[in-house]
Each structure stands twice: as C-alpha cells, then as structure tokens.
Design a binder for this molecule. Sequence first.
Ligand SMILES: Cc1cc2nc3c(=O)[nH]c(=O)nc-3n(C[C@H](O)[C@H](O)[C@H](O)COP(=O)(O)O)c2cc1C
Length: 157
Amino acid sequence: MTFETDIFQQFDKQWALLTAGTAEDFNTMTISWGGMGTLWHKPVVTVYVRDSRYTYEYMENNEYFTVSFYPQAYKKTLGVLGTKSGREMDKIHDSGLTPKGLPQSVTFEEAEVTLVCRKLFQQELEVDHMPEDVAKAFYEGMAPHVMVIGEVVEVIQ
Ligand SMILES: Cc1cc2nc3c(=O)[nH]c(=O)nc-3n(C[C@H](O)[C@H](O)[C@H](O)COP(=O)(O)O)c2cc1C
C-alpha cells in the first residue's frame, strides 16, 4: 500500500472529498484541512469536520469513511460540494460525479486516489486548548471542529 505525495500541498491546494455512508445513503463534502501520518503503528489520515456539517452525521453513524482526491479539472465541482449542503439539495446528483460503492464505504469513479479509512479516534477541538487568536479566528460563534483519525485500510488508485 503506497501513496506518494507532498502532504503540505495535498489537502491545502488540491482539496479532497470526505465521504461517509453506504451506496444507498451517503453524503460528501469538500475538505482542505487534514493530515497523514502514523499512529499506533498504523497509517492514518486525520480530518477536521465541523459538527454542523451534514456529512458529520454520516461520519458519526458509519465505521468507515473515504478521503478522495481529484484531477484539477474537478476543482470547480469540489468548490460547489464545499459550499452547498446535502441537507438542502441533492448536490451529489447535481455535481455530475459518479458514486462508486465500496465494500465498506463510498467514493467516486472520477477520483485519482481514494483512501479508505476505518475510524480509530475522534475528539472535539476544545477552544480552551488553543491559542486565543486561533479560537477567535475560527470558532467565535461557529460550530467546533471534530478531529477524526482514520486508519488507512486501502489505497485505491
Ligand atoms: C476548499 C474548501 C475546504 C473545506 N474544508 C473543510 C474542512 O476541512 N472541514 C469542514 O468542516 N468543512 C470544510 N469545508 C466546508 C464544507 O465543505 C461545507 O460546509 C459543505 O457545504 C458541507 O456540506 P454538507 O453539509 O453536505 O456536509 C470546506 C469547503 C471548501 C470550499
């Protein structure tokens, strides 16, 4: 299982789709914050999801999630999936992406790379534990982020 990338660019510049659920019932949203590394001797991906996101409900209710990356040509599509909520509209149908059911989760045919992840740990980022400037910039009157760490069980490319 290998995935070669520049981790400081991968989330920040290329963005990703975070997807959870089953082929029959799932949701997806764009993310640009995340990490990849090692925990408990396992390859892991860390994502940060505000608990107000519709996708968060799917993250809560499913043991697996996927993080998928796309060619540049899909940047606009990712922009839309990152501004509209699946709670209000069928944004996935409108995006034109083709859902692809996996044994444990869901990704899209158009993905260049999909990391299939099993949830290992999650915790809310508490404002008391961060510098004041960060708390003010990102959390005043806003929903908290929940950090979710997933074991990468498969890399599909
Ligand atoms: C480039 C980009 C990056 C984003 N990164 C994150 C992120 O890391 N975490 C997060 O909670 N929301 C992030 N968002 C916002 C969600 O994608 C957005 O609120 C989305 O509409 C949620 O959809 P949902 O309600 O269907 O889950 C990002 C949006 C964009 C456009």
